[in-house]
Design a protein around this ligand. Structure first.
Ligand code: FAD
Length: 464
């Protein structure tokens, strides 16, 4: 079957490509997605009967309409300081303008009334600087998991009559011939002169194969390894009430490594994340006060880059995550006090803790899993944060491990996010250019605008 534009992946990148293209052109568009519709997506963990990841063949958290972002905290960071390097392709102003445009669409599809936080002129910045910590600049729209879901639902309702969605339809291969891209799926083969790949993090292994099959250039990327910290909401409330999310960076004394906070969830919950069968940890929170927890969680991460002879940064991160899965059957949990005293946390110690974990994880010893250099950096950072948020280094602060942020290898693309093959675009997290909702969405809008003129309304498919 023929289309003008084939989009692979219905995460933020794919959705915003389809949204913008269907508004600005007459293109016949198909979106192929491994997972299901938004309403079909479900993680079996209910906290009672099923407490940990059971390894579903297609992860309901990572795949389906909305991509990895569907059940996320819906934090749209409008910044070029983190969340990707889209600005290196398209320029800082264009990147920020597009992120603001995406914000406007989210607001008009159910996100109205949500708060936009900003670090500008924040006194917290001064407090951080005085303690060797650096607060990165950003505006943060917090939709919350619940509103994020509503926004996605509304966008789908608007798109479904303009775009052909193929759910439960993983693309196994992409080939290029005579100016057309053909994708192979369980529902048959489809072709188009333009193909936008937006397969996200869950599509990282598959993307490596596509690069090899089509001879696309790629570079290895970094991997971030660390823990998720959970503590009483009150300890960080002076930061989270004002900024919601604060990205704070610290350079360790011991190794001069950078450790940073990531994905802060005030009154949120810690959750499992399953990437290609490996269970790691993440977090989210709800906008609805009825769903608040007494805790705040955030990640502390250290980036590792490898060059020759070892280039497989993701493989390194996977091995560490596998080790935690081997020892704990999933995610490990340890009290900070136990870690410092060199003793494992036991179910009894966790039960007696003043902080109640929001995720059922196996009490254990993170020092048996996380390399010393990384763990030393995390411990140093916890003591540094204790100076701006006293209580962070309390014995009962909970550490879940491991949290791993896998980055796709960087696919070589030009300033239009087009690969060396004309008409083949790689956007979002999939190409290593972005790692956030805002930037992945913005990359989709950008490519859609670039190709829209090729498909005026009324022209026959494949003949434009
Ligand atoms: C639990 C969690 C919380 C997060 N919270 C935040 C947050 O608050 N703020 C933030 O900025 N970022 C957050 N992120 C990251 C954010 O979700 C991603 O950066 C963003 O979703 C990337 O968008 P994308 O479209 O590039 O890829 P994805 O969202 O990963 O979407 C890719 C889609 O492609 C599909 N796919 C993959 N391979 C194929 C194939 N071969 N054929 C067909 N379909 C395929 C997948 O099923 C998936 O649905 C979070 C991520 C997780 C997992």
């Amino acid at each position: 079957m023929n289309y003008d534009v084939i989009i692979i992946g219905a995460g933020p990148g794919g959705i915003f490509t389809a949204y913008e293209l269907s508004r600005r052109s007459g293109a016949k568009i198909a979106v192929f997605e491994t997972g299901g519709k938004l309403t079909e997506r479900k993680c079996p963990i209910d906290g009672e009967r099923i407490k940990t990841c059971v390894g579903c063949p297609v992860c309901g958290i990572m795949s389906g309409f909305g991509g990895a972002g569907a059940f996320s905290d819906g934090k749209y960071n409008i910044t070029t300081e983190f969340g990707g390097t889209l600005h290196e392709h398209i320029g800082k102003k264009a990147a920020i303008d597009l992120m603001n445009y995406v914000d406007g669409i989210n607001l008009s599809h159910g996100g109205e009334g949500t708060k936009l936080y900003t670090t500008a002129n924040s006194r917290i910045k001064t407090l951080c600087l005085r303690n060797g910590l650096h607060l990165l600049d950003a505006s943060v729209r917090h939709l919350g998991t619940d509103k994020n879901y509503v926004v996605l639902g509304n966008i789908y309702e608007e798109l479904k009559d303009r775009v052909d969605f193929y759910f439960h339809c993983p693309v196994s291969g992409v080939s290029a011939k005579d100016g057309l891209y053909t994708v192979v799926t369980p529902k048959g083969e489809f072709s188009a002169p333009v193909c936008v790949i937006s397969a996200g993090r869950s599509g990282s292994k598959w993307m490596e194969k596509v690069c090899a099959d089509l001879g696309l250039g790629s570079n290895s990327n970094r991997v971030d390894i660390g823990v998720r910290v959970e503590l009483p909401y009150e300890i960080f409330s002076h930061l989270t009430d004002e900024l919601y999310e604060s990205k704070i960076v610290y350079r360790t004394d011991k190794f001069q490594d950078l450790v940073r906070t990531f994905c802060m969830n005030p009154r949120g919950a810690v959750v499992n994340e399953n990437t290609n069968g490996i269970v790691t940890v993440n977090g989210h929170s709800y906008d609805d006060p009825a769903r608040y927890t007494p805790n705040t969680n955030f990640a502390l991460l250290v980036s590792k880059h490898f060059s020759l002879p070892f280039k497989d940064s993701n493989g390194y991160g996977e091995s560490i995550a596998r080790l935690s899965n081997m020892l704990g059957g999933g995610v490990l949990l340890q009290r900070f006090g136990d870690l410092i005293r060199g003793q494992r946390s036991t179910p009894k110690r966790i039960e007696e803790s003043f902080v109640t974990p929001t995720l059922g994880a196996t009490p254990g010893d993170l020092s048996l899993v996380i390399p010393k250099r990384i763990l030393d950096g995390i411990v140093e950072m916890i003591y540094a944060l204790d100076k701006i948020a006293p209580g962070t280094a309390n014995d009962d602060t909970l550490l879940y491990g491991v949290e791993v942020k896998f980055y796709n290898m960087e696919v070589v693309t030009d300033e239009n996010l087009e690969t060396g093959l004309p008409g083949l675009f790689v956007i979002g997290d999939c190409g290593g250019t972005t790692h956030s909702l805002s930037q992945a969405s913005a990359s989709g809008v950008y490519v859609a605008r670039h190709i829209a003129d090729r498909f005026p309304a009324g022209a026959p498919v494949h003949n434009r």
